[in-house]
Design a protein. Structure first.
Length: 300
């Protein structure tokens, strides 16, 4: 495995700047009532995070020649869902954490009730955006996009995965059970980001769409395998969130089930599987290939 080339780093920085500006513009101003809620929403979303999900949307959009202005809206909607999940996950009733993206968590900086509302309002805003802006030429495709993000966020997606995660604390899971949990908790939104990005452009044929879907599923799971390894190997300062929490909370993870070496091997296998799925796209999938490497090789 090689590290990502400078050209990819420039592309990433440009997309991150673009999504930051888009989020800035789409989030309600902190001057607008209710000011405290809006300030807390901006606190939770702006100025932090790797923006992996919008990056995947932009990269997938390159496959279907999507208008980046459309992808930026779709990517912002997904990032709002992701930010909401982090705010709620950090609450005392869930993971009870004080540090996120290198700063105090939302409920620490504001209060628990505000953090709860931040998550609620971000989720609503995400769907408002998907309904308000023209993101696909065919309205039926746009409706599919709304359905895709809703399914990925709900009880058969991220929220369901989180429920399984909470119930699994202190228990031993088999590898298939662990995989099921992570495909839902983390993988569903990563998959949705990729598919929403491509849906902003020309319609792929069935085979192409299935290959991209396979890529998205593999890379979503790889993301979580790497996340589990980083939780044991990286420092709190590097991660910008409390390291070592999985073991501390006695949570089943890839590391607890497989060990570090086997987890790294699995991440490599998932990366290879993801990359093979992109063969059909040739040069159009350059950024997706590079992102797959970034997700598997990242140190934070
Ligand atoms: C509360 C409904 C609800 C769901 C929470 C996604 C999730 C479910 C919780 C987040 C906690 C967590 C550590 C999940 C594992 C992987 C993950 C999503 C890590 C954070 O994503 P990054 O690394 O974060 O992309 P940044 O800050 O870079 O955006």
């Amino acid at each position: 495995m090689t590290t990502n080339p400078p050209d990819f780093q420039r592309w990433t920085a440009a997309q991150q700047t673009r999504i930051e500006a888009q989020l800035q513009a789409l989030l309600p101003s902190a001057e607008l009532a209710p000011q405290r809620l809006h300030a807390a929403m901006r606190y939770a979303v702006l100025g932090g995070g790797k923006r992996v999900r919008p990056l995947l949307a932009f990269a997938a959009g390159e496959i279907s020649a999507a208008d980046p202005a459309r992808v930026a809206i779709a990517g912002a909607a997904v990032e709002m869902i992701h930010a909401y999940s982090l705010v709620h996950d950090d609450l005392p009733c869930m993971d009870d954490d004080v540090l996120r993206r290198g700063k105090p968590t939302c409920h620490v900086e504001y209060d628990e009730a505000t953090a709860l509302l931040v998550g609620d309002a971000l989720q609503s805003l995400a769907f408002q955006l998907l309904a308000e802006y023209r993101l696909a030429d065919d309205p039926a495709v746009q409706l599919e996009m709304v359905k895709l993000l809703a399914a990925a966020s709900g009880s058969r997606g991220m929220a369901g995965g989180q429920a399984i995660d909470l119930a699994a604390t202190g228990k031993t899971l088999t590898l298939p059970e662990l995989e099921f949990m992570h495909i839902h908790k983390t993988g569903a939104i990563i998959r949705a980001a990729t598919l929403l990005g491509v849906r902003c452009g020309s319609v792929l044929d069935k085979k192409e769409f299935e290959r991209l879907d396979h890529f998205a599923k593999c890379i979503g799971l790889a993301f979580q395998v790497v996340d589990d390894v980083l939780d044991t190997e990286a420092s709190t300062a590097t991660l910008g969130k409390t390291a070592g929490k999985d073991a501390q909370h006695n949570k089943p993870t890839y590391v607890s089930v497989l060990g570090v070496a086997e987890s790294k091997k699995l991440a490599g296998e998932l990366r290879a599987d993801a990359l093979a799925a992109l063969d059909v796209f040739g040069a159009r999938a350059l950024r997706l290939r590079e992102l797959a490497d970034f997700i598997v090789l990242r140190k934070f």
